[in-house]
Ligand binder design. Structure first.
Ligand SMILES: *Cc1c(COP(=O)(O)O)cnc(C)c1O
Length: 420
């Protein structure tokens, strides 16, 4: 027996015992709200552990009680997700937003300070600035190009540095692919931590994970995913996940039980199916993206291409971070087209194969216009500051034949030129 199989080899079987399901090779959908106990004593024992009335004994398995607490489709999925990030435990949710909001709510309390990187996902930005603040949590942002000294000043100038409780980042930043140094964030967190107040580092890894970046190895306490994106990968399910230490995940799962925002069995089953092809899909997407990015860079109507595969030439300082914390350039490309909004729209409207939709990480290629779509709510000055120009277009590269994708982009750019 090989001591350690790779995650991609285990995605079809890990954590599932066919003997418990009539020999079915695939984990069935356990479409059930509740589970029958073998005896009253067993029911009592399961609740004691689930409600933390006593410690779980060494070989004691957590019994199935009720699908808001646990369900085989979720537990097996969580075990499989742990393999990619080498996490101790994982909690899955019915959306990325519920994973993110549950993590923030469990580890922040009134009076605490949250430091976050800007831009973050629009829903996250709203939750931080409009929901957390209602509960008396102080929030302050920094930019991907802020230096360590600048970030320290931001924390101190907030007047709440003694209550810094969490640093929340998204790297690479959407839509410009700017990288934030996780090691630096860890150092800052440790600098402000006190014995009675740890400073947690949470990383939204949706853009790069779980294949291309593993934040727990770079000092993060939490990895968060919108599993709607690469993990689900087929634009047919909304889901989320949070990974970290056993201890922290016990707290997250506790709050999840009481908010009731766990993923349902059908979502769990869909994601297990998706995980079987995760590596094959993501690797093909990254290969396609490299070809598409080369094409875009060589086209006279494209002014600038934001693609991590070009960092070595474009930005040595960012490349140093890239080398340290990413193991591939990913499949997200943003680019500036010659002209403004009108030219960007004309180009997008001409596409035949690439679909005009928000979201990312799916089998089909998706294109959108950040300034008027995903980042429409960002104020004009902030847009300018983070590089969301009127001519910026974001492309999520899928698994199509790359020649077809390039053909499509080229014909749309040619028509665009003719119209000009
Ligand atoms: C989509 C997305 C989210 C939100 O996830 P949902 O599954 O839509 O709730 C959070 N963060 C990032 C980076 C995303 O792309």
């Amino acid at each position: 027996m090989k001591s350690q199989f790779s995650p991609e080899s285990l995605m079809m079987s890990h954590g599932y015992d066919p003997k418990l399901s009539e020999g079915a090779i695939k984990c069935p959908i356990f479409q059930t709200s509740t589970f029958v106990f073998n005896s009253a004593e067993e029911g009592k024992a399961f609740f004691e552990v689930a409600y933390g009335l006593r410690e779980q004994e060494k070989d004691e398995k957590l019994g199935l009680i009720y699908s808001r607490l646990n369900n085989p489709d979720l537990e097996i999925l969580e075990n499989r997700l742990c393999l990619w990030d080498e996490a101790e435990d994982c909690a899955v949710f019915e959306s990325g937003m519920s994973a993110i909001s549950t993590c923030l709510m469990e580890f922040l309390k009134p009076g605490d300070l949250l430091l976050y990187s800007s831009p973050v996902y629009g829903g996250t930005d709203h939750f931080i600035n409009h929901i957390l603040t209602k509960f008396g949590i102080h929030v302050v942002g920094f930019y991907p190009d802020s230096t360590k000294e600048e970030i320290e000043s931001i924390i101190i100038d907030s007047g709440h540095s003694d209550r810094l409780a969490m640093i929340y980042i998204e790297t690479p930043a959407n839509p410009t692919n700017s990288l934030i140094d996780m090691q630096m964030c860890r150092q800052i967190a440790d600098q402000f931590a006190k014995e009675e107040q740890p400073v947690y580092l949470a990383v939204d890894n949706t853009y790069m994970g779980p294949l291309w970046q593993h934040p727990l190895k770079h000092g993060a306490d939490f990895v968060l995913y919108s599993a709607t994106k690469y993990i689900g990968g087929h634009s047919d399910v909304i889901a989320g996940a949070c990974l970290g230490s056993k201890e922290n995940m016990t707290r997250i799962k506790g709050l999840r039980t009481f908010l009731g925002n766990m993923a349902g069995p059908w979502t769990g089953w869909l994601l297990m199916r998706s995980l079987e092809t995760l590596k094959a899909r993501m690797e093909l997407q990254a290969l396609n993206a490299a070809k598409v990015a080369e094409f875009l860079r060589s086209h006279p109507s494209i002014n600038k291409v934001y693609y991590m595969g070009f960092l070595k030439e474009d930005n040595p300082a960012q490349y140093e971070i890239f080398e340290r914390q990413c193991n591939a350039a990913g499949a997200m490309i943003s680019f500036e087209i010659e002209g403004g909004e009108a030219e960007a729209f004309q180009f997008i409207n001409q596409l035949k194969l690439v679909k005009l939709a928000v979201s990312l990480g799916s089998t089909e290629s998706l294109i959108q216009h950040p300034a008027t779509m995903t980042h429409a709510g960002v104020d004009p000055g902030e847009k300018q500051r983070i590089g969301i120009k009127e001519n910026l277009i974001r492309l999520s590269v899928g698994v199509e034949n790359p020649d077809d994708l390039i053909w499509d982009l080229k014909q749309a750019l040619t028509l665009e030129l003719d119209l000009a």
